[in-house]
Design a protein around this ligand. Structure first.
Ligand SMILES: CC(C)(COP(=O)(O)OP(=O)(O)OC[C@H]1O[C@@H](n2cnc3c(N)ncnc32)[C@H](O)[C@@H]1OP(=O)(O)O)[C@@H](O)C(=O)NCCC(=O)NCCS
Length: 233
């Protein structure tokens, strides 16, 4: 059964400052997330690591700016995983599994990535995890095809901006969960149900207990973002 593990949010440049200050991973399970603009000057040193041929082979970006963002994301992801593991970023190699999920080759860490232009949500943990980032869009209409009937019923009771925000929060929570499973949209998102009580989200996937999902609204001048992270154990 999936169980939650400790989740520590490190936002913006804080992750890097803590690393520079000698942050070492705890002995127990770890989970870190970095939500940032990859162009942030505070991150420049870690966003410009020399990439390997394997990193560059993963680049599928269609435009020059998208390639620049991919390279910075990949560099930061390796740096974040290295910080969590207490190893050099040069020893962290990222690969993809057959379903497209990123993984760390040969080291005991799991990673997940989400991005929108230069904005990135990167996560590393000692258990499989998923992260998703969506900019808030007040005009977002619920898409019934991706929603569980219980979610559709809940959203039908809301109007306008509240409905748009609730839909996007549900959507990020579900996408984070599906990434944690390593399946992405190969799994039908309508078959799982997100519920929200107070600030806490959970996902019901038919198992004995729902899995908690952390949802997070960064407040460091990155705009109105919704971020969700699911960690399994
Ligand atoms: C994974 C997926 C949910 C991402 O959705 P998105 O909102 O477009 O993009 P995001 O920025 O949030 O996430 C992209 C990241 O997801 C990760 N990813 C891709 N497939 C994944 C999977 N099966 N499991 C976990 N993570 C995955 C990748 O790391 C990617 O980032 P990268 O290319 O920079 O390494 C979606 O692309 C997907 O399901 N892909 C696999 C199935 C597929 O190809 N379906 C096509 C028909 S629906």
């Amino acid at each position: 059964m999936a169980k939650p593990v400790q989740l520590t949010w490190l936002t913006g440049a804080q992750a890097i400052r803590l690393h520079d200050a000698g942050l070492r991973p705890p002995r127990g399970p770890f989970a870190y997330a970095l939500v940032c603009d990859v162009r942030d000057p505070a991150l420049a040193a870690l966003a410009n690591l020399a990439l390997t041929d394997a990193d560059l082979a993963d680049e599928r970006a269609p435009s020059a700016s998208a390639r620049t963002h991919f390279r910075a994301r990949r560099s930061l992801l390796r740096a974040l995983a290295a910080a969590a593991l207490g190893v050099s970023p040069t020893s962290v190699r990222i690969a993809y599994d057959s379903d497209g999920a990123p993984r760390v080759d040969g080291l005991p860490a799991f990673v997940s990535v989400s991005s929108r232009g230069p904005l990135a949500a990167l996560a590393v943990a000692s258990s499989p995890l998923g992260i998703d980032l969506e900019p808030f869009d007040a005009s977002a209409e619920p898409v019934d095809a991706v929603l569980h009937p219980r979610e559709q019923a809940m959203l039908a009771e809301l109007v306008s901006t509240a409905r748009a925000r609730a839909f996007l929060r549900i959507w990020t929570a579900k996408e984070a969960y599906l990434k944690a499973l390593g399946r992405g949209f190969k799994r039908d998102p309508a078959t799982i149900a997100a519920t929200c009580e107070a600030a806490q989200f959970s996902i019901d996937d038919g198992g004995p207990a729902p899995l908690p999902v952390a949802t997070f609204a960064p407040t460091m001048g990155l705009g109105d973002l919704i971020v969700a992270c699911a960690v399994t154990a």
